[in-house]
Structures are given as C-alpha cells and as structure tokens.
Design a protein around this ligand. Structure first.
Ligand code: DAH
Length: 337
C-alpha cells in the first residue's frame, strides 16, 4: 500500500470515530490544515522524480477528495443529530395552540343594525367630539343657562369650561354649521352624565342622534321614519307610541315607547327615544354661528331624534343590567359571539 493510501485509511478511521464536532475539526486540521499531512505531501511531491509526479499527484488528489468528502458527511451527520435531538423534546401528538376567535361587542352589533336601517332611508353618518363647548351642548340647542342639565351635579365639566357632551344632539349643531340644507344624518356616539350608576344608568352611555332638514318636513315624516326603524328592529307587530313631552330644542316634542309580546318586558311600554320638530331657535342659533341665513326657519323645517342605544340593545338582547356592556366579562360577551 502506498503511504498516501495508508494516510487516507488512517484519516477515514479517525473521522468515523470523531465523537463530536470539535474532535472532527481537530482531525480536519491534522490532515487538511496548512501544516497537515496532506499538505505536507504536496511539498514532498516537488522532490519526486519527474515520471512519478503525475501518478503520485493523482493519488494525492484522490486522497484529499476522499478525506474532504468524509469530513463533510460527518459534519452533516452531527447536524442532523442535533436537529433530531431538538425535535425529540417536542410531542407532536399534543393538541395545537388554540387561536380564539373574537366577536363584535353587543353594542357594536346593535349599532351596525341601526345604521343599516337608517342607511336604507338615506341617512348619512355624522360625528362630533365627546368633549364639547357648552354652546354646542346647550346654548345652540335652546337650553337656557339655568336649565338643570347645566348643573355641575348632572354634567361633567372640564376645568376649561368645556363639558363631556350630555347627549349626541351636539352633532345636530355641528352638522348644520358645516353644511347647507337639505340635510339627513345620523350620529351614533357616547354621551356622559353624572348619574347615580345602577342597572339602568351609567356615567357613559350611547345614543344615535338623527336630523332631517328639508322644505315642508312634518310630524308625519318623523313618525314614518321612526316607526319604520322600530318595526325593522323589533318586528312588524311591535306597538309604537308617541307621547307628548318637552325638549328645549324641539317643538312639538315626543317620547317614543315600544311594546311587544316578543320582548321580555312583554306588555310593558318601554321608552326608547326622544324626538320632535327642530325648534326655530335652533336654526337661528346655527345661522348666527354660520353668519348667513342658510337655515332660515321660514323656509326650512326638520325633525330630530335621539335613540338610547344601550336601552335598545338591552331590550333586543334581553340584557338585565347596563353595566354588563362595560365590564368586559367574557362570560357575558361570549353569548353574543
Ligand atoms: N337629547 C335628548 C336626550 O339626550 C334626546 C333627544 C330628544 C334628541 C329630542 C333629539 C330630540 O334629537 O329631538 O335625552
């Protein structure tokens, strides 16, 4: 056997028995490193007689390739072993990680339904800020300074004199300030009052405001629109009642009650909204703010309404306590998934 072949056999045996990657690296350096035996044979080559050079050269190449390939194989073997060791600690028969699917909050579901119905009647969406000026919340809505709603006991006042809006009616004013009639908008949103919190009162609640201004709008239009809305929501056989009431910003004004056997409340009338014909003083306040007569009450008339969204959702989904909407208890929320 040529010494080079012996060298190869020795190298292959050491590679095969290298216990880990570090031992293998030592073997590699020993045979293929710059000072390694294979490289040294390269030097030896130069001293050989001319006719032997090609034969030994060829052998040397084969030996180098054989050792290189064996080392690569062994490296691959170690890598595979490391990987399967890592995977071995994973039990692939265990169930996977469950990804829970969320669902819409009941108030959001209620809102989507309401918006859908008003959309079909041609209402556009409008919005305004939760933090409002007293002017938008009260004065422009014909509510005098001595009105009880403007009391610090009933309304959250900010140090700068602004308020958390006590109703969404503020958006009536903002919509009319920013666009000319005719106008047909709904404005869903939060409202805030310093109420004693109980099963039916919350410091934050939600309303859908509506405003329709055009020529020759009548109470019949108001009744038609709201009866349509409530029948869509509660079913065609729900009874609806308009009861005379007072609001400073409408004249005449009404409260609306609903009664339906299909609902838990059964034979009881439940109040769901306030509404009425826009008071001329409101149009005048808007014109004053706009600096024109776009809403001249001689030419334009309109109706407005405010629906209690939490109330509607409580009736529709049979929820006994308004506080459930804000508590984020999954046992409650999952019932609407
Ligand atoms: N803003 C009233 C409230 O919060 C509800 C209301 C009554 C809104 C009559 C209106 C309306 O637009 O015309 O109790």
């Amino acid at each position: 056997m040529h010494p080079l072949e012996e060298l190869r056999e020795r190298a292959l045996a050491q590679i095969a028995s290298a216990a880990d990657e570090r031992a293998l690296e030592a073997v590699r350096v020993q045979f293929l490193g710059r000072q390694g035996s294979v490289s040294q044979w390269g030097e030896t080559m130069k001293t050989l007689p001319k006719e032997q050079k090609p034969i030994v050269g060829k052998l040397l190449n084969e030996v180098r390739q054989a050792i290189t390939a064996a080392i690569e194989q062994r490296v691959e073997y170690f890598r595979a072993e490391r990987e399967s060791a890592a995977v071995a600690s994973i039990d692939i028969s265990l169930p996977g990680t469950q990804h829970e699917r969320g669902s819409l909050h009941p108030l959001t579901q209620m809102l989507d339904r309401a918006i859908g119905i008003f959309r079909r009647m041609g209402f556009a969406l409008a919005e305004g800020p939760d933090v409002e000026t007293e002017w938008h919340c009260f004065d422009a809505l014909n509510t005098p300074p001595d009105h009880p709603a403007r009391n610090e006991q009933d309304t959250f006042f900010l140090p700068d004199g602004r308020v958390l809006r006590t109703h969404t009616s503020t958006v009536q004013i903002r919509s009319m300030e920013s666009q000319r009639p005719p106008i047909r908008v709904i404005a869903p949103g939060a409202a805030f009052r310093r109420d004693e919190v109980d099963a039916t009162h919350s410091a934050q609640f939600h309303q859908i405001e509506g405003l329709y201004v055009d020529e020759d709008v009548s109470v019949a239009d108001l009744k038609g629109a709201l009866e349509f809305f409530l029948h869509e929501l509660f079913g065609a056989d729900a009874a609806i009642r308009f009861r005379p009431h007072f609001f400073p910003f409408t004249e005449p004004s009404f409260e609306i009650d609903v009664k339906s056997k299909a609902l838990k409340a059964g034979e009881k009338w439940i109040e769901v909204a306030g509404c009425g014909m826009v008071h001329p003083a409101v149009f005048e306040a808007v014109d004053k703010s706009r600096g024109d007569d776009a809403y001249n009450p001689e030419k334009w008339s309109g109706y407005a309404f405010g629906l209690g969204m939490d109330r509607l959702a409580m009736i529709l989904f049979d929820v006994p306590d308004i506080r459930f909407f804000a508590q984020n208890d999954l046992r409650f929320l999952r019932q609407f998934a």
